[in-house]
Design a protein around this ligand. Structure first.
Ligand code: ADP
Length: 545
């Protein structure tokens, strides 16, 4: 100011505030970083006043209890805590704030906004002012439900890996090729070393079966040489249908022209056990597949069949000689020169040689059937006449049994091989007699069903029956039931095996029902040769009406 008190000039003072601005920026940066941390940590963070108000918190904390941030600012600790936990946690700590106990970790429950309990793990620190007076609590809140789920998932993964390792060790010990696949296209999960030998190539984990056989140029064929379509492959069928394929014979043809006869077994495998899910999150089915190279078995089987065929063939001639001469002796020796005892001996030799001839014939048939050399001559034949003929023949040898036949008046013409049908019917009739040692009635019933186009022949006896536990295997080669053997009834177990093969090759069927100790009924069915007639007749009939 001048002497008159008017402003004369001014003094300007400049402060360099760069450092201050930088400090402010640093502070803003670190506040922002803190905010980021607050917002992004995978746990709930909350600052609570000593009287239990939520001063600040992150979104994760709100999510744990299901409140929005606005509401969270209004509710208190006591509002969200499970009543049972109020006293021993915040309640206790707030009530007796003790500067010496500045940390508290415990498990407790909140009540979610939706009403359910939420287990949390809370780590609280008491924040003190500079003079040491308590100011607020800083708590880290972890949702145990989520953590448990994550831990369970991790444990399940570790378990699944351990199971897979065990499985790998187990299948490695198997003498056959074994692999485990999953999903509808059978992707490889694991395979043992023998698998590479069967396939003649390495199947990479994760590759699907169709993809793999395509790349190695392998073909999977039926025993008759027909290649199997993808949908026909045993492994694919099991993963797609869940139904096991057992003991299937097939041939694997390698790209280099070599081939292996294989017996394959594939059983469905519950992928749920290993946590397998497809892209849609659906449980995924697997299959455990074993493949056995049966080259050696087939060779042995062939040698055995050849030997059997040769033995049976060679036996027939001497047996024929024996039975021929015995018959000649029995017929030509004058009654006066033969004692009763000698007659009995002759007849015993006749019976035994007959049985031997039957055995040799059956064995020969078995070997021919298996080698595919049993030609059948199918022609129309009258089943009623044929059956009656067989009954008359059996009658002579079974005086202790009454044989009865029931048949429709009209002839039943079927397509069949006369000689082989005689063999089947004789076998059923002689079994009916043989397995009812106490005698009784044998009823033979012939029925025709035009609607089904088939004739059915039933042979019912009142004999020892077939035990239920053995019924399933009775058509097997050399299969004989315990009770038949216990009764001391002679047999080879070849008859029914041949009967089934012969019936099926004639386009027919054979089956039975049986009650132990009460009797058995065997049925055979054959297509009617006149099956087409009713249709033609109906047409003709319609024309005249
Ligand atoms: P085999 O009579 O020579 O033993 P089969 O193949 O004809 O041979 O019969 C197999 C088995 O089936 C017999 O051993 C017997 O246990 C049982 N079986 C067959 N037919 C009858 C029947 N009618 N009653 C009871 N058991 C039977």
């Amino acid at each position: 100011y001048d002497a008159m008190g008017e402003i004369d000039g001014g003094i300007i003072i400049y402060h360099d505030i760069t450092a201050q601005k930088q400090a402010e920026q640093t502070l803003r940066d670190s506040a922002q970083r803190l905010q980021h941390i607050f917002a992004h940590v995978p746990v709930g963070l909350v600052c609570t006043s000593l009287d239990g108000r939520h001063l600040s918190f992150n979104q994760q904390f709100c999510d744990i209890v299901g409140y929005t941030a606005d509401v969270m600012a209004q509710v208190t600790v006591a509002d969200i805590l499970h009543p049972a936990d109020v006293a021993q946690s915040y309640g206790g700590m707030h009530a007796t704030v003790n500067p010496h106990t500045t940390r508290l970790s415990l498990k407790k429950r909140y009540i979610h906004k939706a009403g359910h309990e939420v287990w949390v793990y809370v780590n609280s620190s008491l924040i003190l002012q500079e003079d040491g007076t308590p100011e607020y609590f800083l708590s880290i809140v972890e949702d145990l439900t989520t953590r448990h789920a994550q831990e369970a998932e991790h444990r399940a993964m570790v378990d699944a890996e351990a199971r897979m390792a065990l499985l790998q060790r187990i299948i490695e010990q198997l003498p056959n090729a074994a692999d485990l696949v999953r999903g509808a296209d059978a992707r490889l999960v694991l395979a043992n070393a023998a698998t590479a030998v069967v396939w003649n190539g390495k199947w990479e984990v994760g590759a699907s079966l169709p993809e793999f056989i395509e790349t190695v140029g392998t073909r999977i064929c039926w025993p008759d040489g027909r290649p199997q379509a993808v949908a026909e492959l045993a492994t694919i069928q099991v993963v797609r249908t869940g139904v096991a394929v057992t003991q299937r014979q097939q041939v694997i043809r390698h790209a280099d022209g070599t081939q292996l006869p294989i017996l394959i077994n594939a059983v469905p495998f519950d992928g749920e056990m290993l946590g397998w899910r497809d892209a849609q999150g659906q449980p995924e089915r697997g299959a455990l597949v074993t493949q056995q190279d049966v080259t050696a078995m087939q060779d042995a089987e062939r040698v055995k069949s050849e030997f059997l065929a040769m033995a049976a063939h060679e036996l027939r001639t001497p047996i024929g000689v024996v039975s021929g001469y015995v018959q000649l002796l029995a017929q030509t020796l004058p009654e006066s020169e033969v004692s009763t005892e000698q007659r009995e001996i002759l007849s015993a030799i006749q019976v035994a040689s007959g049985r031997l001839a039957q055995l040799a014939n059956d064995l020969l048939d078995v070997t021919r059937l298996e080698a595919g050399h049993l030609p059948l001559q199918l022609a129309p034949l009258d089943l009623g006449v044929l059956t009656e003929h067989m009954i008359n023949r059996i009658h002579v040898t079974a005086p202790g049994h009454q044989l009865r036949m029931r048949a429709p008046a009209k002839p039943l013409t079927v397509f069949g091989d006369t000689m082989r049908l005689e063999q089947v019917i004789t076998n059923l009739l002689s079994n009916a007699v043989k397995y009812s040692p106490a005698g009784g009635e044998v009823v033979v019933t012939l029925m025709g069903s035009v609607r089904r186009g088939q004739a059915v022949l039933a042979v019912r006896d009142q004999g020892i029956g077939i035990p239920p536990a053995e019924q399933a295997r009775i058509f097997g080669r050399f299969a004989r039931a315990e009770n038949a053997m216990a009764e001391g009834i002679m047999g080879t177990g070849l008859g029914l095996y041949l009967c089934r093969e012969l019936m099926e090759r004639q386009g027919g069927r054979i089956w039975f029902t049986s009650r132990l100790g009460q009797g058995t009924t065997f049925f055979i069915a054959l297509p009617l040769a006149t099956a087409a007639v009713p249709y033609e007749a109906a047409k003709a009939g319609a024309g005249t009406r």
